[in-house]
Design a protein around this ligand. Structure first.
Ligand SMILES: [Zn+2]
Length: 106
């Protein structure tokens, strides 16, 4: 598949390769939605009905960027703290498991 608007074919930060891409939902202006996923987690999206000047947008940054690593480290610590609080709670086990299941993939 050839994407017309997303030119980046490997992550500009770490060089990770494309693992998935799509081109679908053509708009009345003739342009298609495009998406490209990289092995490092970066996602670039082109939506011709949103955004300024119809430029591709990075919707999820490379996980190897120092800023992303710092953000993910803080998020992981917060998740661990929440799990610890839930584990210590005297609430019923069904509720606790449901609560953890809901926040696991946030
Ligand atoms: Zn990357």
């Amino acid at each position: 598949m050839k994407l017309e608007h997303i030119k980046e074919d490997k992550c500009s930060h770490c060089g990770a390769l494309t693992v998935e891409e799509s081109r679908k939902n053509q708009h009345v202006n003739g342009l298609w939605n495009e998406e490209r996923y990289f092995a490092c987690g970066k996602i670039v999206r082109f939506l011709p009905n949103y955004g300024k000047d119809f430029e591709p947008q990075v919707v999820k940054e490379c996980t190897n960027l120092p800023t992303t690593i710092e953000i993910n480290t803080k998020r992981s610590k917060l998740y661990e703290q929440i799990v610890a609080v839930v584990d210590k709670s005297k609430a019923d086990e069904e509720y606790k498991q449901d609560l953890l299941r809901r926040i696991r993939f946030v």
